[in-house]
Design a protein around this ligand. Structure first.
Ligand SMILES: Cc1ncc(C[n+]2csc(CCOP(=O)(O)OP(=O)(O)O)c2C)c(N)n1
Ligand SMILES: [Mg+2]
Length: 366
């Protein structure tokens, strides 16, 4: 190469992912593989009637949580809908407690009362798991409002963002639009992340949603910043989402993300899937995010050795197998002791009419 030729590397613009260490990327691969293995075992346990109730599998969407969580801090609150096992695991919930919750056991994260759709983990700042479509979006808006109130009015805490995940089916819920209106109006640092897998049960987004080709129009209506991003490549996802989330945090403003993804399994465990073809599913499986990242790290970058990869696979299989054993051997909740526990929060009421709700501070938020 002559000295006048520019090397391809020098032409390339720096990306946020350039800062990621090989260890971080190996961990991301590990987390995505853990979710997939966990979901495969969950399906098997469901088919053996060890798990009851509704159960929605996250296979295909793993890069979504791993890439977006990677771009925020662990103490940023997150909230999601009912397809929530991946969110719980990626946020740090122990697989034993996640699986035991589905088995309805006392060792589950919600003592077996919530089941598959209600994964809660307050120490890891996960506020559910919600079964009512769109219902989590105003709650997420409230979590973000609370964090901003703490910072700007009470004078504590740090600049946070709340990640509020929703499905494309929630795009048409009134709760979301009321929440977005408030977020735009009060500049609340909540990022609505639409896990746009193309279907709401058996209804495609094109059939059920106006402006499906440009969800940015919905964000614009509320003065909310918008990002469209590919959820099949975890690194591209991170590169798009990281600066967006940083800006929402810095400016303490809301954001709205159309994150393109796909679920390989049916809507829930009982879905004959007549609304899509096998060919369509295969097309998405061909660009599988786990295969892509494994290929990159093993073959293109060589930052993950074949032995290390195999050890990861083995360890994950054992961890998930153990979560089944743990759940099977855990006791059922004691009905008398547990039926009415944790139903209401134990908060001392303060109904004094003279109470200073602004704590004497100037409050631009209310
Ligand atoms: C308010 C409300 N309406 C209807 C339902 C029934 N329902 C459960 S899941 C679902 C589809 C939602 O699809 P989407 O938001 O795209 O999430 P995905 O299943 O694709 O993750 C519907 C309509 C519900 N749970 N809540
Ligand atoms: Mg959907």
């Amino acid at each position: 190469m002559s000295s006048t030729e520019v090397k391809p590397d020098a032409q390339r613009r720096a990306k946020p992912s350039d800062e990621l260490t090989p260890e971080t990327l190996n961990k991301w691969l590990y987390d995505m593989m853990l979710i997939r293995e966990f979901e495969l075992r969950t399906m098997a346990a469901y088919q053996q009637a060890k798990i009851g109730g509704f159960c929605h599998i996250y296979i295909g969407q793993e890069a979504t949580v791993v890439g977006t969580f990677g771009a925020v801090n662990h103490d940023d609150p997150i909230i999601t809908a009912y397809r929530d096992h991946g969110h719980a695991l990626a946020r740090g919930m122990h697989p034993n407690h996640c699986m035991a919750e589905m088995f309805g056991k006392i060792t589950g994260c919600a003592k077996g009362k919530g089941g598959s759709m209600h994964m809660f983990d307050k120490p890891n700042h996960l506020y559910g798991g919600h079964g009512i479509v769109g219902a989590q979006t105003p709650v997420g808006t409230g979590l973000a409002f609370g964090a901003k109130y703490e910072l700007e009015v009470l004078g504590g805490g740090t600049k946070k963002v709340c990640l509020a995940y929703l499905g494309d089916g929630a795009l048409n819920q009134g709760a979301l639009h009321e929440a977005m209106n408030l977020a735009g109006l009060l500049s609340i640092p909540v990022i609505y992340i639409v896990e746009n897998n193309g279907y709401s049960m058996g209804t495609s987004i094109q059939r059920g949603t106006t402006m499906a080709h440009d969800l940015g129009a919905k964000a614009a209506a509320y003065g909310i910043d918008f990002l469209e991003v590919d959820g099949f490549d975890v690194i591209d996802l991170y590169d798009g989402f990281k600066p967006f989330a940083d800006a929402c945090r810095e400016k303490q403003r809301p954001g709205f993300v159309d994150l393109k993804t796909y679920r390989y399994q049916g809507h829930s465990m009982s879905d004959p899937q007549k609304y899509r073809t096998k060919e369509e599913v295969s097309q998405f499986q061909e660009k599988d995010s786990i295969d892509r990242l494994a290929h990159l790290l093993l073959n293109e970058r060589g930052t993950l050795g074949e032995d290390e990869y195999k050890a990861m696979q083995k360890e994950i299989k054992e961890i998930v197998k153990e979560s089944i054993k743990f759940s099977e051997s855990s006791p059922d909740p004691d009905v008398e002791a547990e039926l009415y526990s944790d139903v209401y929060a134990n908060i001392e009421p303060n109904l004094s009419p003279t109470r200073d709700y602004n704590h004497g501070a100037k409050n631009d938020l209310l």
